[in-house]
Write a protein that binds this ligand. Structure first.
Ligand code: AGP
Length: 364
């Protein structure tokens, strides 16, 4: 992949459309079909060490943190290791208890984000084992960590992250599968996840065909004074990332909430001028999610759903291809990158260089 725009008007658009290839690259050479296992050469964590991990703690900022939230869910689901993600920028300031049985993972596109680097350095000083899930090879965080997984998204120039976010989530799926197969994930489930991972590039290609439809929807939503993004469990990190993306490049105020939390307060904001984007994977929570849509509808809220089939409560549904439930969040974020892009375009924003933001925050 090159640094020129290759015929696109913005780097963001170029990078969104590169995602099928980028995902192909992060998977390449890493899967062993015979045993349904994964080779991650740079991990520096043998099977005995991997079995002794009691907890996984993922640290990153902004989109890297959101990809880490997807990563934590994948580690819990596939490897059954308790896992969570926290903004590195918070972690480094709160004198966290550093536990020797916890595997810490720092996530960063640039590998130079100061808050994440400072968290890694503090953890290392306290004797913790820290891995990196990093895009830029040889960057500061890649050098300071004990090992890790390169994300291989290729150069990401646009200030907002798109292909690196997606590839980071896929890298976490590989890591979770690796840990799972060393622990209790069955061969059959390993094969199911591998076949899902292999379907991703083609399914991303199908999502790209939705761009004209998403452009039309974006033109409508560009009028909104504020937008609400909701999702439950697997859908929630997708909602958080989509809301950040919209804010960063369109400057429309947006909030992301777990769908389950709406009734505990934010429902008060719902009115026709505040549309909701709902992320609804076809998983065990779909009925709960539909009930949330009813609650929004009852308050005259407009709804844009991202789902695996038409949602009758929604004003518009973007129907995306279905993968394995564990991997669906990876795909569901992509149409919402396009939504943010086309909303910002409709508003005439400087998409590659949004005001007040830098690609990599290397200072405190
Ligand atoms: C992404 O859209 C943002 N510009 C920002 O949140 C970014 O993800 C964050 O600053 C972390 O950067 P990093 O991945 O290079 O560490």
């Amino acid at each position: 992949e090159s640094y020129d725009m290759a015929g696109h008007d913005t780097y963001m658009h170029k990078e969104i459309t590169e995602q099928a290839d980028a995902v192909d690259r992060v998977l390449r050479g890493r899967i062993d079909d015979r045993f349904a296992t994964v080779h991650l050469g740079g991990l520096n964590l043998d099977a005995r060490e991997a079995r002794s991990v009691r907890r996984v703690k993922i640290l990153g900022c902004g989109s890297a943190y959101h990809a880490g939230l997807i990563g934590a869910q994948l580690v819990e689901e596939l490897a059954r290791i308790p896992a969570d993600a926290e903004p590195a920028s918070e972690f480094r300031y709160r004198n966290a208890v550093v536990d020797p049985d916890t595997l810490y993972i720092a996530v960063s596109q640039s590998g130079e984000t100061y808050d994440t680097l400072a968290a890694v350095q503090e953890l290392k000083r306290k004797g913790a084992r820290v891995l990196g899930v990093v895009n830029v090879v040889g960057s500061a965080i890649a050098r300071e960590t004990d090992g890790g997984v390169y994300v291989h998204a290729g150069p990401e120039i646009c200030v907002v992250s798109t292909k690196c976010f997606t590839n980071t989530a896929v890298a976490f799926a590989l890591l979770a599968l690796h840990l799972g197969r060393i622990r209790d994930l069955s061969v059959a489930d390993g094969k199911r996840i591998i076949s899902g991972l292999r379907r991703l590039p083609e399914q991303i290609g199908e999502i790209m065909k939705l761009e004209p439809e998403i452009r039309k929807v974006a033109a409508e939503y560009a009028e909104a004074k504020s937008m609400m993004f909701v999702g439950r469990v697997r859908g929630y990190p997708v909602a958080l990332e989509a809301s950040l993306k919209l804010k960063e490049i369109s400057y429309i105020h947006a909030e992301a909430y777990p769908a389950s939390e709406l009734k505990h307060g934010p429902l008060a904001l719902i009115e026709p001028a505040v549309p909701t984007v709902a992320v609804l994977p076809e998983d065990e929570l779909i009925d709960k999610n539909r009930a949330t849509l009813e609650e929004i509808k009852a308050r005259s809220g407009r709804i844009l759903a991202v789902a695996h089939g038409e949602q009758e409560q929604a004003d518009h549904t973007i129907v995306v291809p279905r993968n394995e439930v564990e991997l669906d969040p990876i795909l569901m974020g992509i149409p919402l990158q396009l939504l943010a892009y086309h909303t910002a375009l409709a508003l005439g924003r400087d998409i590659d260089k949004p005001r007040n933001l830098a690609k990599s925050v290397t200072v405190e």
